[in-house]
Design a binder for this molecule. Structure first.
Ligand code: PGA
Length: 264
């Protein structure tokens, strides 16, 4: 893996700080490729969307096209999806995954799972429970890839006032989006927050924290405060990424200098 400028063990996991984002994407792609190879190609991956992993997916596609990395026997489960949303909507995470990764690798369509933003309201709970069962049937997540929201969310597990042990054990479910999340998403919806769906389906904290390894990525100054709170603050339901403290031995943070600037 490209060498980070700095590495340390923190209360929230192993921390790698890179001077620039590009080697960070390469290192993250290497960790995912290694997970697949270690499992003889049969890995189960939890994937993320948003602006953070785009470059990582470009590199993973290159690993497939030039390095012979096969996804034929890989299963993927995405963290979240807006609700309601059509899979053909340019802002759906299903389309994002198709464009950035699934169409560029050899993963069979029935192994590349994204929560379905078109299920009827009455079926949402059953769909979310079934999504968790699919993951279990696939042997559980070998690696969960995460970004972090400016408000410290992971997936769409937003800040709450729940007791931490409850907030860290939430099931996959429908969630109203936090105002900070809606404001950040507005850029994808023509700059108009009113066009951002009010809800999303999200993998719960319980399933995320159950993954056998967790790789969390953050770049840029807008993430610095959330990163510092998550790594150096107390475990708090106000900062869902702080729940990573509870599973620190299996967590790897890869961040750039800008995202590290609020760390003490
Ligand atoms: P971003 O989102 O990658 O678009 O910054 C990360 C997140 O909100 O989890």
């Amino acid at each position: 893996m490209p060498a980070p400028a700095q590495s340390s063990t923190t209360a929230a996991g192993q921390l790698f700080i890179f001077d620039h984002p590009e080697p960070l994407w390469e290192a993250a792609a290497d960790q995912i490729a290694q997970t697949i190879r270690r499992q003889q190609g049969r890995a189960t991956l939890g994937l993320a969307t948003g602006s953070t992993p785009r470059a990582l997916y470009r590199i993973l596609a290159r690993h497939h096209q030039e390095g012979g990395l096969s996804f034929q026997n890989v299963s993927t489960y995405n963290l979240d999806e807006y609700y309601p949303i059509s899979p053909l909507d340019p802002n759906s995470y299903r389309l994002y995954m198709h464009q950035h990764l699934f169409s560029k690798i050899d993963i069979p369509p029935n192994r590349a799972h994204v929560l379905d933003g078109t299920v009827p309201e009455s079926a949402v709970e059953a769909h979310c429970a079934e999504f968790e069962r699919w993951i279990e049937h696939d042997g559980g997540l070998d690696l969960q890839l995460l970004g972090i929201g400016r408000n410290g969310h992971i997936g769409f597990n937003e800040p709450s006032n729940l007791p931490p042990d409850q907030a860290a054990a939430l099931p996959t479910r429908k969630m109203p989006l936090h105002p900070v999340t809606r404001a950040d998403a507005a850029r994808d919806f023509g700059g108009n927050e009113a066009h951002v769906p009010a809800f999303a389906l999200t993998l719960g904290t319980r399933a995320i924290l159950s993954a056998r390894a967790i790789l969390i990525l953050a770049t840029g100054p807008s993430k610095a405060e959330a990163v510092a709170k998550a790594i150096q603050g107390p475990v708090s339901s106000q900062v869902p990424a702080s729940f990573l403290h509870t599973v620190a031995p299996k967590v790897t943070w890869m961040i750039d200098r800008a995202a590290a600037q609020a760390l003490r």
